[in-house]
Design a protein around this ligand. Sequence first.
Ligand SMILES: Cc1ncc(COP(=O)(O)O)c(C=O)c1O
Length: 486
Amino acid sequence: MAGGLGRGGQLGGVVFRQQKWKSSVSMRAKMPPCDFVPEEYRSYPYERMLKIREQNIAPSLRMYYKKPLLLHQGHMQWLFDYEGRRYLDLFAGIVTVSVGHCHPKVTLAAQKQLACLWHTTNIYMHPSIHEYAEKLTSLLPDPLKVVYLTNSGSEANDLAMFMARLYTRNFDVICLRGAYHGGSPYALGLTSIGSYKHGVANGIGCSTTMLPDVFRGPWGGSNCRDSPVQTVRKCSCSEGVCHANEQYIEQFKDTLNTSVPKTIAGFIAEPIQGINGAVQYPKGFLKEAYRLVRERGGVCIADEVQTGFGRTGSHFWGFQTHDVVPDIITLAKGIGNGFPMAAVVTTKEIANSLAQNLHFNTFGGNPMACVVGSAVLDAIEEDSLQKNSKDVGTYMLLELAKLRDKFEIVGDVRGKGLMIGIEMVTDKDSRHPLPAEEINQIWEDCKDMGVLIGRGGLYNQSCSCVSFAAISYPHFQQRQYKLLLD
Ligand SMILES: Cc1ncc(COP(=O)(O)O)c(C=O)c1O
C-alpha cells in the first residue's frame, strides 16, 4: 500500500494514484486488447468545441471531468476521443448503451429503415410499430400488454402518472426519496434528489416517503438484499423475518396515514434505485408496499428505465426480482441502445382511460425507433446479454466486495447483474460521504486510466459527496473486468 497518502487516497494510492506521475498513455497498459481502428477525427479543434459549448449550448448541461472529453467514435464497449484515445465505457452513456456502441445488428437495422421510411406519425399504420409492440409485450406477463411509445423516460413517467390519475380518478402519487424519474416539469415532482429541484412549483400531489436504504438508512442488516453482496451491518433476524423491512414498511404506512388522502392514484419506484447509486430495498419491501397501495385504490408503477432489458441478470425485468406485477411500467435508456425512444406498458383497462379524449405525440413509435427497439431485443437474446449480465455482474460484485473489505473508504458494494453501485465513505463506522475532492480525484484517475464510470448519490453535486461507480455494460466480458480488477 502506498504510504503517505491520505485516508481517501488509499484506494487511489494502490490502484490509481501511484500511476499518476506516468503519462496517460502508459497508464493504459492494462487495457484489454481491441482490434477496432477508429476513423481519423475531422471536425473542429478541441478549443473551438469548448467555445461553442460555452456560448451556444445550455449551461445547465454540465460536463464531466476537468478536461471534458471530446468523444468521436464508439465500437461496442469502447469509445474513442478526438485524439484516438480509447476508453472502456463502463457507464454506457448513462446506462443506455445496452448492447454496445454501434452494435452491428442494430446499426444495420437502422440503416435499412433509414433508406426506407423515417416517419409517418401514428395516424397511419406501418409494420415496425406493430412488430415491435408484439415483440416487446411477449416479454411481459399478463396483463401488461398495451404499449404507448414515447421519446424519453421523463415523458414515459409523465404519462404513467397521468394515466394513474385518470384511471383511478385520484390525484396523489407516492415516490421514494432519492429517486430520479425525470426532469420534465411533471416527472420532476416524482424526482426526489435535491440537486435536481428548482425553485419553481412542482410535485403538486406527489408525496415522498422514506427510502428503504439498508446501507445508509436507519435499518438494515446482512441479509436484506437480493444481491450476492450484503452490507457489513449485523443482522439478528431469524429465518424468514426482516426487521429492517418491517421498519421501512411502518414508515410507508406513516406516509399513507399522514401525507395523502384515503384513496390515492398510485406509487412509483424503480426496482433498484439507479441514479441514487444502485440502492436496493429489503427483500419483500415492494411486494408489501404494492399491497398497501392497492388497498388505497392506487396503481403501482415500476420505473424500469435502468433495471429493464436483462440488466439485473436474474430476470429480464427488475420488478420480477421482487415477485410483483406492476400495473404500469416505464422503459427508456437501454430500450434503444442510445436511440431516443421510450415506452409505457400497461393494462388494457388503464390504457383505455387515456382513450376517452385525444392524446398524441408526433415522434413516439416512429419507424426508426421501432426497428431499433426490435433489433435491440434481438441482440439481447442472440448475444445472451441477460446471462452475461448475471455472470459478469456476479463476478464483478464479488471482486468489488473484496475491495470493500480491504479499503476503509469503500463503504458498500451492491447491486444485481450489471447494475452495480459502490458507495464511498470517509470510514465504515461513520458512513460519512467521502468528500467531493477525493471522489473527484478517483474519478479523474479512472478516466486517465481509460475507464469511464458514472457518479450518483444524493450528495454528489454538493460539497460533501457520496459517489458511486455505476457499472453497467451488459456486453462487457468477464476477462475484461478481471484485467481491470487486477
Ligand atoms: C430511473 C430513471 N427514470 C427516468 C429517467 C428519465 O429518462 P430521460 O432522461 O430519458 O427523460 C431516468 C434518466 O436518467 C432514469 O434514470
